[in-house]
Design a protein around this ligand. Structure first.
Ligand code: MV4
Length: 463
């Protein structure tokens, strides 16, 4: 087992990894930027090293600085958390070259899944249903027109090096195609340094359902059910839950088994998530695979009574998974609200000093956070400051529990998204479990008829 782990991250996920390490008796090293000297992960780690100035490009994304910190402190392994370097295949390679275990899948797996067109082809070969489309990148305008006509409009153009919704273009008819293609390629070039795009059928008003996977180094792969993540705004998830109100036990079994089989086939090791779209007729289509621990992992932990970060560390250290598929028991319903330091109306970031704070507690309530009263929320990073997760026997009871927990979640000095969550949780469609990727679009149109306009986006660990 590892003796010492460096956590290459900040905020709530850094503290989350420290908790798992402490329970395993593993010493921890925090790294931090100059803006994060007073962060909680720095206080709770056994050692802490400042690795650079506030901008993440000069600190949390600075591979030589992170590796230097790992060498100086003589760690056995690095946990990357999510965001930052978590899905950087080159970083995983550098770790291995330095004889430091990267707590995640093999660099080659990260590389494969980072190329969304290649990931699609690999999953198709493994027997996973994918959206109707073209297996490869688009070479020219003529090919784009032929492919789109063959699939049938609407189609969606996606960046092959992208993911998470960045650089996507929905195209409703032939007249829009060439302009959208050029724009998507240009956006992909700027955002990812790679203009390659591919084209799929656009599935309207689908649900975003993802399957949690765990694999060890001995070919054992299990799934831990699904998370419904349909409530998103600008491709940032706001609320996640498990189980999905839409899945039957049969469909869960079918999707889970397919995901397990595919991951076994590609030799997937560590925690991973396969994202699917689920349409009205219960057809599901693979979209992409995330090769990291995800922000919303706690909802799975609560319904399966597991510790996914602990499992990540154990399998990276060469241990066998602690359970088999038959051992995983699904119990009750869990919901997560992402608490952001931002206006609940305009969504504009709201960094600054937290002057007072009360965290909810009581039965079935979990708060993953690195925020505390007196902490200054730095403006340089993602605005996620906490995750409020509840667990109860039924969805209805979990919603009531979330509502009372949100009432007790008091933060003064900065604005937070608590009030936004309260409004979403009061929506008849939410209460009925009528969710789709267009839920927030409709919610915003109805409740905020005036467009807030373009917004600044802070750099950070955001997924
Ligand atoms: C799609 C889709 C519909 N059809 N692909 C968004 C994140 C990334 N993983 C892929 N995403 C989507 N891909 C096809 N073929 C719908 C989404 C999607 C979405 C699209 C527009 C607005 C909000 C969305 C929220 C979730 C998923």
């Amino acid at each position: 087992m590892f003796k010492k782990i460096l956590i290459a991250n900040r905020g709530e996920i850094a503290t989350r990894v420290i908790w798992a390490c402490r329970e395993l008796g593993i010493r921890t090293v925090a790294i931090h930027s100059e803006a994060d000297r007073d962060s909680l992960h720095v206080r709770f780690a056994d050692e802490a090293i400042c690795i650079g100035p506030a901008p993440s490009a000069k600190s949390y994304l600075n591979i030589p600085a992170v590796i230097s910190a790992a060498e100086i402190t003589n760690v056995d392994a690095i946990h990357p958390g999510y965001g930052f370097l978590a899905e950087n295949a080159y970083f995983a390679e550098v770790c291995e070259a330095c004889n430091i275990k990267f707590i995640g899948p093999a660099a080659a797996t990260i590389q494969l899944m980072g190329d969304k067109a290649a990931a699609r082809a690999a999953m198709k070969a493994a027997g996973v249903p994918i959206t109707p489309g073209f297996d490869g990148v688009i070479e020219d305008e003529g090919e784009a027109a032929r492919v789109a006509a063959g699939i049938g409009y609407p189609v969606i153009i996606k960046a092959s090096a992208g993911g998470g919704g960045r650089g996507m273009r929905i195209v409703r008819d032939r007249d829009e195609l060439l302009a959208s293609l050029a724009a998507a390629q240009q956006e992909a070039q700027i955002a990812f340094g790679n203009p390659a795009v591919y084209i799929e059928k656009y599935i309207e008003t689908a649900r975003h359902i993802e399957i949690q996977i765990l694999g060890d180094q001995y070919g054992n792969v299990v799934h831990l059910g699904e998370r419904e993540c349909s409530i998103q705004r600008r491709h940032q998830k706001l609320i996640e839950e498990s189980p999905s109100p839409a899945l039957t036990p049969e469909l869960r079994h079918q999707m889970g088994e397919l995901a397990v089989r595919a991951c076994r086939e590609i030799g997937y090791v560590n925690a991973g998530t396969m994202e699917f779209l689920l349409d009205h007729d219960n057809n599901f289509y693979f979209m992409e695979m995330n090769t990291r621990i995800q922000v919303e992992h706690p909802v799975t932990e609560l319904v399966t009574n597991t510790d996914l970060v602990r499992e990540q560390i154990l399998v990276a250290a060469g241990e066998h998974l602690e359970f088999e598929q038959e051992d995983i028991v699904f119990s009750g319903h869990a919901i997560e609200c992402r608490i952001n330091a931002e206006s609940p109306i305009t969504h504009v970031p709201s960094p600054g000093l937290i002057t007072a704070m009360n965290l909810p507690g009581g039965p079935g309530v979990r708060v993953d956070t690195a925020a505390y009263p007196g902490w200054f929320v730095p403006p340089h990073y993602d605005s996620l400051i906490a995750k409020l997760i509840v667990h109860h026997r039924t969805r209805e009871m979990a919603i009531a529990r979330m509502q009372r927990a949100l009432e007790a979640y008091i933060v003064e000095g900065i604005e937070t998204s608590v009030a936004l969550h309260q409004r979403i949780l009061a929506e008849p469609d939410f209460l009925a479990g009528n969710l789709s990727t267009r839920f927030m679009e409709r919610f915003t149109k109805r409740t905020e008829p005036v467009d807030a306009g373009p917004q600044q986006v802070a750099q950070g660990a955001g997924e």
